[in-house]
Design a protein around this ligand. Structure first.
Ligand code: ATP
Length: 234
């Protein structure tokens, strides 16, 4: 469904991605794990066209998307939920959700998308008119994911959704990711929480120093000796 072939990205004269290739199958949760600074966020930003490619190509549903503008990538159904939630704290929950459906096609389906988000996160309906900045971290993450859902995603790319949350809330976030897949949304999950993300992933990729160094099913990677030593504290 989504395929990266030899994607390279440079920040000035510093190379951040050295020819990353990965495939996201329709209906799957694909986890991209690795240490801080490995290049995971850069990969998502390259897919979203927030930063330019220095080489390689990105295809979605068989067509190149690395030649499109960011808003066109979103319109195709490839939607990113950025690291750190990036909400508008002085706007209400509802207003933040609306931001996700500002493109024409999503705007037309706004009412039904909102019902879907509220069905998915009943708490957000209760808090619709509360300022986003007053919510807990976990609730803010729900708003960020809800905003992504408002854009009618086929693939939702989540950048570190569990970052900075209490362990019990982290569990909830991973349960939400599973529910997204069960709803038919394909998920590309970037996480430093290796154990929990591989545990729910159909497929995983390990990124180190801007390169994909390992891939396999989530289970295979959990059992991999290098993964155990480097990321699972074994
Ligand atoms: P994190 O979990 O910290 O987000 P990551 O795996 O997502 O880590 P990236 O943020 O993609 O890593 O960073 C990859 C490399 O690119 C790092 O060496 C980082 O310092 C560098 N980098 C990221 N953003 C920039 C930037 N705007 N300018 C220069 N270098 C950058």
């Amino acid at each position: 469904m989504l395929e990266l072939r030899d994607v390279a990205v440079d920040y000035g004269d510093v190379r951040a991605l050295w020819g990353a290739s990965l495939t996201v199958e329709k209906g799957a949760i694909v986890a991209l794990v690795g240490a801080n600074g490995a290049g995971k966020s850069t990969t998502l930003k390259a897919i979203s066209r927030i930063i330019p490619l220095s080489g390689g190509s990105i295809h979605f549903e068989g067509e190149p998307i690395h030649t499109l503008a960011s808003h066109q990538v979103v319109a195709r159904g490839v939607v990113q939920v950025p690291e750190g939630r990036r909400l508008f704290p002085k706007m209400t929950v509802l207003e933040n959700l609306m931001v996700g459906s500002h493109l024409p096609a999503a705007r037309q389906k706004r009412a039904e998308a909102l019902e879907r988000v509220y069905a998915f996160f009943p708490k957000l309906k209760e808090r619709a008119h509360q300022l986003a900045g007053t919510l807990s971290g976990g609730e803010q993450q729900m708003v960020a994911i809800g905003r992504g859902l408002m854009a009618q995603p086929k693939v939702l790319m989540l950048d570190e959704p569990s970052l900075g949350l209490a362990p019990i809330v982290v569990k909830e976030v991973f349960a939400i990711v599973r529910r997204l897949r069960d709803e038919g949304i394909t998920v590309l999950l970037v996480e430093q929480n290796t154990a929990q993300s591989l545990a729910i992933a159909d497929r995983g990729y390990v990124m180190e120093n801007g390169r994909i160094t390992l891939s396999g099913t989530g289970q295979q990677l959990l059992e991999n000796e290098h993964v155990k030593k480097a990321y699972l504290g074994a």
